[in-house]
Design a protein around this ligand. Sequence first.
Ligand code: AMP
Length: 281
Amino acid sequence: MHVITTVAEMQHISQEAFRNNQTVGCVPTMGALHAGHASLISAAAKENPVVVVSIFVNPTQFGPNEDFETYPRTLEADIQIASQAGATHIFAPSVKEMYPNGTSTKIVVAGVADLWEGASRPGHFSGVATVVCKLFQAMLPTVAYFGQKDYQQTRVVQQMATSLLLPVRISVQPTAREANGLAMSSRNIYLTPEQRKYARVINAALRAASDTGSGHRSGVEQTMLNTLASYPDFVVDYACAADAQTLELHDEYPPGAQVVLMIAGKLGTTRLIDNHLYVVH
Ligand code: AMP
């Protein structure tokens, strides 16, 4: 498959698709593709004749002590996975191509971006919003596919796209999981086999809490913490039951309210996140 590296060529391909009345689906990724990414690509391929997978390890969304330098870069294997899942094009630009004027221009999304991952990783969501906006300018997608795995990211991207009047539909796809329930992630390769086995506790905690269907926040959060306590190596950053739209906390959620349970924490040096959505009974 031809790998596109310049914004100009990428835009040309999408504009050509529009001239032919074809929609363009895009799947923004940082590479190190796994079955979770493949499920987004398959969803895009079902709905669009042109499917662009971007592979770009975005420096501006990593904090100073995070894993930008060591983040897995596996372009050849990624091309295989993407094409098997139905991608028609790969867009893999350089940092210089994506940031021709350095990082002086930024998008800051207020509200949903300030909480949770935003609080634990200052500047992270500004980096995400900025690069997603730039990737949209390059790929000119009709629809962009994101994983529920990064739930807060989907809320940030949706808010950014709405605020900036971007003519892109945002499609959120379910989280792909390992057989034991662990959410697939490019960072799972950092885990030892033992850690990978016990990391199932995160999904187990989410499931135990969402199964209650309860709107009583402290009880729901305690249910998650009780399950997580069975594997003390997982150091919890937060385990919250938040309003699924605003990500804010309320003591009680009424019947019919949609709640998102979000867990983040560290297993050794590896930060893991996961979430479940449910409707209060
Ligand atoms: P990343 O390469 O980690 O930036 O992820 C690229 C896209 O794939 C994002 O929209 C993620 O939410 C999505 N993604 C990552 N892991 C999964 C998964 N396990 N299931 C579904 N989507 C995922």
